[in-house]
Design a protein around this ligand. Structure first.
Ligand SMILES: Nc1ncnc2c1ncn2[C@@H]1O[C@H](COP(=O)(O)OP(=O)(O)OP(=O)(O)O)[C@@H](O)[C@H]1O
Ligand SMILES: O=c1[nH]c(=O)c2[nH+]cn([C@@H]3O[C@H](COP(=O)(O)O)[C@@H](O)[C@H]3O)c2[nH]1
Ligand SMILES: NC(=O)CC[C@H](N)C(=O)O
Ligand SMILES: [Mg+2]
Length: 511
């Protein structure tokens, strides 16, 4: 299958480049830049993109992999740091800019004959984010675009399909960025744009059949969420009854979720076992209030439960999970220099004693892509459109330590919120919603009596892929209604607040 490789130098925009390429129906993979020297140019690799970086090429120890076996043999596009690196490796000079450029700039001159810039305009708005600038290009490197501030806004190495650009085509604020990427991917790399959800299904099923031995059984953690359900349908198509789904009641699910989810799976012909393990999770969480400690305890207990269940299935060799790309990105840094935001419960790896290998068919997909694949597999709408719900569940929505009483309180408040969103026809308009139980008590007056009870924060966001999000601008009448119903119906809560933070700087979950 044709693909592009993005070599990641640690830019915050690397994933965005991947998304933009995939929007062009071309598959691409992100690899840490350290893979560059050993990258073998097989026929399926149609082009390479070098990402930006928080480093400066002038820093000692800055990423500086050997690219000589790639340049001239396959189309290469260097973006920002990638462009600076190409210039410096060729013998040009990169220096701190007198004016650092962050944000909007306009191209002033543009070589209309360059295939990279075809159908772009000379005054095109581009987005910049750099402190270094390419002062001098090596011989044989030709400028193809400039801005009033930066002479080398784009260049090409003569006689090669090697390009460098100082601006970021992947952000939507670069108004013709998509055109530039299309020019590179379609005209220069000659990709066929054949990567569609149906194509993904076929190749994923084939890959699973090749990976999983003919007598091997697979255990799959199923949650009722869209990721694991889509993974289940793919695996089911690949290996049929050798797939064994396990849905764990970790005591941190939503109101009535255990029963409703098991029922939804009955209709899909999947073989799913429900395992009630709430006491085990509560025991593991006892006394813990630090968010990362709680996440790790929950992750560990999940593994213990899966392990026990796997031992009941003869021939079980694999543990499948619905891990998707953002889970991976936010939990593990690509090469040690970017920070861990949160440890997602499902990416910690397995203890060796478990003797199971991990299979994650959706590991390279973004959420909206998973939904497209789910639609191609005819996953019922109730699961397909379900809001994401994190594996650690209410455990990371109860700030501080977890007790069954707090879980019960939050389940009821959350239930009121979600049901009302559905009643008002707002559920499908927001990307994710839920309630958080705060470790705060406040004074109220109910029926002329003083109360001193808990606060619930409601969170609803709009998003495309969960990587960035805005708070949902829910109607005031709705907020008034939900606040009133929670306070009247859920004893123990006397105050409701609405979270109006975007991501970044906040995250969607509070822990
Ligand atoms: N209660 C559970 N029982 C079994 N496995 C679970 C449970 N919760 C989560 N998992 C496993 O962890 C993975 C990651 O969870 P995550 O919440 O990211 O995905 P999801 O639940 O499938 O989809 P969504 O993000 O839409 O909720 C799941 O795909 C599933 O394999
Ligand atoms: O399966 C999961 N295991 C986790 O540990 C986890 N933590 C966050 N999330 C979900 O990921 C998305 C982004 O969440 P944050 O903005 O809070 O990082 C949101 O959709 C969150 O609900 C998780 N999902
Ligand atoms: N966005 C980037 O790649 C920045 C590269 C380098 N850190 C600079 O400031 O010039
Ligand atoms: Mg989930």
């Amino acid at each position: 299958m044709e693909r592009l490789i993005i070599l990641d130098f640690g830019s915050q925009y690397t994933q965005l480049i991947a998304r933009r390429i995939r929007e062009l129906h071309v598959f691409c993979e992100i690899h840490p830049y350290t893979h560059a020297p050993s990258l073998a140019l097989t026929e399926d690799i149609r082009g390479i993109i070098l990402s930006g970086s928080p480093c400066s090429v002038r820093d000692e120890g800055a990423p500086n992999p050997d690219l000589s076996h790639l340049l001239g043999h396959v189309p290469v596009l260097g973006v920002c740091y990638g462009a600076q690196l190409l210039a410096q490796q060729g013998g040009g000079s990169v220096l701190p800019a007198t004016i650092r450029e962050y944000g909007r700039a306009r191209l002033a001159e543009l070589d209309a004959a360059s295939p990279l810039l075809a159908d772009m305009h000379a005054d095109s708005q581009v987005w910049m984010s750099h402190g270094d600038t390419i002062q001098a290009l090596p011989a044989g490197y030709n400028i193809i675009a400039s801005t009033p501030e930066v002479a080398v806004a784009a260049f090409q190495i003569a006689g090669q399909d090697t390009y460098g650009i100082q601006f970021h085509p992947e952000v939507t604020h670069s108004t013709e960025g998509k055109q530039l990427l299309r020019n590179f991917v379609v005209d220069i790399c000659r990709c066929e744009q054949s990567w569609t959800p149906d194509h993904f299904v076929d190749s994923a099923v084939l890959a699973l059949q090749n990976t999983i031995g003919p007598d091997e059984q697979v255990i799959l953690g199923l949650s009722g969420g869209v990721d694991s359900s889509v993974a289940a349908l793919l695996l089911h198509r690949a290996i049929g009854p050798r797939l064994h789904g396990i849905f764990v009641d970790n005591g941190l699910l939503r109101q009535d979720e255990f029963a409703t989810v098991l029922k939804a799976y009955e209709g899909l012909g999947l073989n799913v076992t429900g395992v009630r393990a709430a006491p085990e999770f509560y025991a593991a969480l006892e006394g813990l209030s630090d968010p990362e400690a709680k996440r790790k305890a929950i992750g560990r207990t999940f593994i213990e439960v899966f392990d026990r269940e796997a031992q009941k299935v003869e021939g079980a060799r694999w543990l499948a999970q619905g891990t998707i790309y953002p889970d991976v990105i936010e939990s593990v840094s690509v090469h040690g220099s970017s920070v861990t935001i949160k440890s997602h419960h499902n990416v910690g790896g397995l203890p060796e004693k478990m003797n199971l290998k991990i299979v994650e068919p959706l590991r390279m997909l973004f959420k909206d892509e998973v939904r497209e694949v789910g639609a191609a597999l005819e996953l019922p709408a109730e699961i397909l459109n379900r809001h994401p719900f994190p594996g650690p569940g209410l455990g990371i929505r109860i700030l501080g330590d977890i007790t069954p009483e707090k879980v019960d309180l939050l389940q009821r408040a959350d239930g009121v919120f979600i049901n009302l969103l559905k009643e008002y026809g707002l559920y499908d308009k927001v990307w994710q919603a839920g309630a958080m139980l705060l470790p705060v008590q406040s004074v109220g007056v109910m029926g002329d009596e003083r109360t001193y009870e808990r606060v619930v924060a409601l969170r609803a966001v709009t998003s495309v892929d969960g990587m960035t999000a805005d708070w949902a601008h829910l109607p005031y009448e709705f907020l008034a209604d939900v606040s009133n119903k929670i306070i009247n119906q859920v004893r123990g809560i006397n105050r409701v607040v609405y979270d109006i933070s975007s991501k970044p700087p906040a995250t969607i979950e509070w822990e």
